[in-house]
Design a binder for this molecule. Structure first.
Ligand code: F6P
Length: 328
């Protein structure tokens, strides 16, 4: 029989994402609802190692559902990758009588949490929070929808100036290993081409497509480039390459960068964070461990952390076809 869970810890780790605060709020309030204690750890695993924590109650999380970032702050901890670091963290949790942890973050967070739980027998439940949407076991991660809206709004503005000057813009968006942001914003913002890590369309194809656009009478164009794309060139080199091969194009580059990670969470992300986090606490209280919660077809589900880490959330390749048709 697993030990009764009385006191639950919560932390946010890895790249922050809009909606993490809504997730923290939901964890804390669900604990209060079920008369369990809740303790927040600062800066992810690093705060667990250093024992930097705060007791939280329902009122500790007032007025944060609408805020970007994370009130518990976030970090990527090198020390937690060592056995000694994890042992320190486990001792701190035992001293604080924490019976289980809710980990809000991405795959790096879940990988750390899984090893930690196996080594020290402290149950963990993962809540997927990353703008990249690259987690298996959920169709959506917290922050992805807000990031999409931020990017589309930015590209709409770039489109205004691109068309005023008859220019070609390369817009780099986040997504080190996954093209979800590029693909969906590319379609949403009406880009001519979309370059993603999952598919190497080749430089020749890019030139052909831009050449075709020009011949079709387009006077300005937008190419959305995922930071992890497979052309082997960064976005500035790409723009240079196109200028050299198609000199009639007046090309510019915009790197959207970390603005994609900030801002007020969309309603979708707030609701998603709330639903996932209520479920995460309920699973822990129910004696479950080493699971990740996710949303599939609008239903909240869970899978093992192992599955979440081994599986791959694939992009919908049909969107590439749609993009090609619509950029005619
Ligand atoms: O949050 C995920 C992500 O935005 C990736 O797309 C990006 O490569 C990375 O984080 C950059 O994060 P940082 O600047 O915090 O290292």
């Amino acid at each position: 029989m697993s030990k009764k869970v009385r006191r639950i810890g919560v932390m946010t780790s890895g790249g922050d994402s809009p909606g993490m605060n809504a997730a923290i709020r939901a964890v804390v309030r669900t604990c209060a609802y079920y008369h369990s204690e809740c303790v927040g750890y600062y800066r992810g695993f690093q705060g667990m190692i250093q024992g930097e924590s705060v007791n939280m109650n329902a009122r500790s999380v007032r007025n944060i559902v609408n805020q970007g970032g994370t009130i518990l702050q976030s970090a990527r901890s090198k020390e937690f990758m060592t056995k000694e670091g994890r042992a320190k963290a486990a001792q701190n949790l035992r001293d604080a009588e924490v019976d289980g942890m809710i980990l809000i973050g991405g795959d790096g967070t879940f990988r750390g949490g899984q090893v930690f739980s196996q080594e020290h027998g402290i149950p963990v439940i993962g809540v997927p929070g990353t703008i990249d949407n690259d987690i298996f076991g959920t169709h959506y991660t917290i922050g992805y929808d807000t990031a999409l809206n931020t990017v589309v709004e930015a590209i709409d503005k770039i489109r205004d100036t691109a068309s005023s000057h008859n220019r070609l813009f390369f817009v780099e968006v986040m997504g080190r290993d996954a093209g979800f942001i590029a693909l969906n914003t590319g379609i949403g913002a009406g880009a001519e081409e979309i370059l993603i890590p999952e598919e190497d369309l080749g430089l020749e194809r890019l030139l052909d497509s831009l050449e075709r656009s020009r011949r079709a009478g387009k006077t300005s164009s937008i190419v959305v480039v995922s930071e992890g794309d497979k052309t082997g060139k960064n976005v500035f080199e790409l723009a240079e390459y196109v200028k050299q091969n198609l000199p009639y194009y007046d090309a510019r580059v915009t790197v959207l960068g970390h603005i994609q990670r900030g801002g007020r969470p969309s309603c979708f992300d707030r609701v998603l964070a709330s639903r996932l986090s209520v479920k995460a606490v309920e699973l822990l209280l129910d004696g479950k461990k080493d699971l990740m919660v996710g949303m599939k077809n609008n239903e909240i589900k869970s899978c093992s952390l192992d599955q979440a880490l081994k599986g791959k959330h694939n992009i919908n390749k049909d969107l590439l076809r749609i993009s090609e048709i619509l950029s005619t």
